[in-house]
Every structure is written in C-alpha cells, then in structure tokens.
Design a protein around this ligand. Structure first.
Ligand SMILES: Cc1ncc(COP(=O)(O)O)c(C=O)c1O
Length: 370
C-alpha cells in the first residue's frame, strides 16, 4: 500500500502538546472521565466492574443500541462501531474499493478521506470547492466527474475545514444523482449536531439513502476524542458486512472501557452538545470581530456549523512560515492551509473554553509584529 504523509496530523503532532494556546482544534472542549460518570447515578461503580475482555466485533450491544437511536430508521444491526472514526475511513475504503474502481472526493478535506481512497489503488477524482465562489457545491461539476465505474462519492457535512453545512438542496440533489446510478455515498458527519442553529441540521445520509454510509464520531461535537471511538451507520447490510470482515484485520473490536463511556456519553449527549454549542456560540462572534478588525490580514466565509472555520490570509507571504512563526513565538497553534493544499488559508478553531485568551495572545503578537 502506497500512502503519502498525513500532513494535518504531522503538523498537530509537532505542536499540539507543546503549544500553550490551541486556536485551530477541530474537537470541542473535552471532559474528564469523572465528569462523564457524574452524568448518570451508579455509573462509577458499574464502570469499575466493567469487564475488560474482548467485546463484540460490530460493537457492544448497548452502544449500538444508543447510536442507532440517534437516527431515524436505523437499527442496532445497521451500526458498526470502530476504534476511532479514522479506522472507519480506512476500513470503509479498503473493504469496498480497489483497482478498477473510481472514487470522487469532495475537497479540500480531512486528508485521510483523499489519501486513503488513493491508497486502495482506485482512481480518485477531486470534487473541488473554492473560496472565490463562497465554497459553493457545484453539482454540474460533480456530474461531469462521474464515470461508469464510479463506486463511491465522499462528502463531509458539516465540513472540515470550512465549518459550513452543505445546503439541503445540494445534499438532496447529490443523493438523487448517486441513487440514480447506485453509487455509494460515504458521508462524513463527525461534526453533526454542532450546527450553530440546530434548525439547519441535515438529515443523516443513512436515513435518506440506502446505499449511504454515515460516519460518526465521539471526538468532535461531543468533545471526547480520547475515547478513540467512531462508527459507520448504513441500511446496506452488505456494505457493513464487508467492513466488518476488514475490521477483523485492524482492531477486531473496540476498547471495552471506551465503549462503556461512549454509550454513557451518548445517552446524555444533549448535555455534552449544549455545553459545547454554548462555547462555540460565545466564541464565534469574538473571532469574527477579530477577523473584521484585521481585514487587511484576514477574511472568511463565516461558518454555520462545527468548531472550525477556514480563513483567507491576505498578506503576500507563505502561510506555513507565518503559522510556524506564531506558534514558536506566541505559543498559538494555527493550522496552515498548505496541509489541505490551500496555501492562502488558515484553519481556526473556536470550540475551546480558553479561546478568548488564545485570541488575545495572537492579537498582541500581530500588534507587536505587523
Ligand atoms: C472530517 C473528519 N473526519 C474524520 C476525522 C477523524 O476523527 P477521529 O479523530 O475521531 O478519528 C476528523 C478529525 O479531525 C475529521 O475532521
């Protein structure tokens, strides 16, 4: 298998645990295990007694039950639990695609969605979105990319890195197009339920199209990436069966303590979402005002979901060296768009409690150096 370096994770690997101010994280504020256990009386004792043997490969039954309850028309058997969402991307592509297949990937995107597709040996086309037209989804361009052997279309809504939702009409048109040709839609929904206005939430792809697979995660909206737990949800039993066959070669089953804590967290997810949405809604206007005040430096399409946004960097200088300078001198971690092949953008994150402080640090640094 040929695979390129994962630039996003490499960049975070270099600075995430040393930088003092994280201003580009895509996961919302986290919690302690104790805080999770406090969500439900008696759960601390249960957790301490929880058996640490292997669990069922498709996922612990109580967890599949609670995940299926998050969707309309999805049964526990339509859910395949993964040891992190990242495993879900790897397993999905490798179980379903290979040489001779064609995959379309919406870009810019979380890098593994593109590189893991390529690593299967399939031919991969990018369905490109661009800042100049407000990151709109060009359905006509998508249609032109289709080939007789197109097997999968990958989309991501709410979207990393722009923090934008696909419009309901683009989403419906895309599903219709895929359904007319029996193409599998792999819909990365890891930021779902963190729409800034919940009224804008789209239906999950697995709810509206039988050959769609929805990718879910504990990491982003719920702020629990340390559980390393994600899932695939689909009404297509053959797709899930093939992914399960592949999972036997990656992790066999997920971590028993993580499955316990994920089920507990999801049973109380309105508490997790409410706290994280409150943080996002408090931080976003501050970040937007900061960007407006510095409109000689920055501009963006203001996000409407997730804790991230993609900001155009106007000065004629390399964005990567700017971000490295900021992290080294001010301790503020920004993510340069070069890791998405977008050399004029920077990813900001506004899902952490201390974002106002991080922003103040960046502001002071820019004042002193521009
Ligand atoms: C769009 C998207 N999909 C998948 C992942 C992987 O998630 P996890 O860390 O839960 O494996 C990420 C993480 O940043 C992401 O942004």
């Amino acid at each position: 298998m040929q695979i390129k370096p994962f630039r996003i994770e490499q960049y975070f690997g270099k600075y995430e645990f040393t930088a003092k101010y994280l201003l580009s994280s895509s996961d919302a504020e986290s919690r302690t295990i104790q805080e999770l256990l406090e969500l439900e009386p008696g759960s601390q004792e249960k957790f301490l007694r929880h058996w640490c043997g292997y669990t069922e490969s498709p996922g612990a039954p109580e967890l599949r039950e609670v995940i299926s309850g998050m969707y309309k028309g999805i049964k526990p058997s339509d859910v395949l639990v993964m040891a992190a969402t990242e495993e879900g991307i790897f397993v999905f592509y490798h179980a379903l695609a290979g040489a001779g297949d064609h995959i379309i990937v919406e870009t810019p995107c979380y890098e593994s969605a593109l590189e893991l597709a390529r690593s299967t040996g399939a031919q991969v086309s990018e369905w490109r979105r661009c800042y100049e037209n407000g990151w709109a989804h060009d359905l006509a361009a998508l249609e032109k990319l289709l080939q007789p052997n197109t097997k999968i279309i990958y989309i991501n809504t709410p979207h990393n890195p722009t923090g934008l939702l696909m419009t309901a009409s683009a989403f419906q048109q895309l599903i219709k197009l895929a359904a007319s040709r029996g193409i599998i839609v792999f819909c990365d929904e890891v930021y779902r339920e963190l729409e800034h206005d919940p009224a804008n939430r789209l239906l999950a792809a697995c709810e509206i199209y039988e050959r769609a697979v929805s990718l879910g995660s504990m990491s982003k909206t719920y702020g629990l990436p340390g559980l390393r737990l994600g899932w695939l949800a689909s009404r297509d039993t053959e797709i899930l069966e093939r992914c399960l066959e592949f999972k036997y070669y990656t992790t066999i089953c997920s971590s028993a303590p993580s499955e316990f804590l994920a089920a507990l967290g999801l049973r109380h997810r309105e508490v997790l979402v409410q706290r994280n949405r409150d943080i996002v809604l408090r931080n976003l206007p501050l970040l937007d005002a900061f960007l407006r005040q510095r409109s000689n430096f920055f501009e963006w399409v203001k996000p409407n979901a997730s804790p991230i946004g993609f900001v155009r960097f106007k000065p004629q200088r390399e964005v990567q060296s700017f971000c490295e300078e900021v992290v080294k001198n001010a301790g503020v971690l920004l993510l340069p768009g070069t890791v998405y092949d977008q050399p004029h953008h920077i990813r900001f994150g506004y899902g952490r409690k201390n974002m106002p402080e991080s922003l103040a640090q960046l502001s002071a640094y820019l004042d002193a150096h521009s």
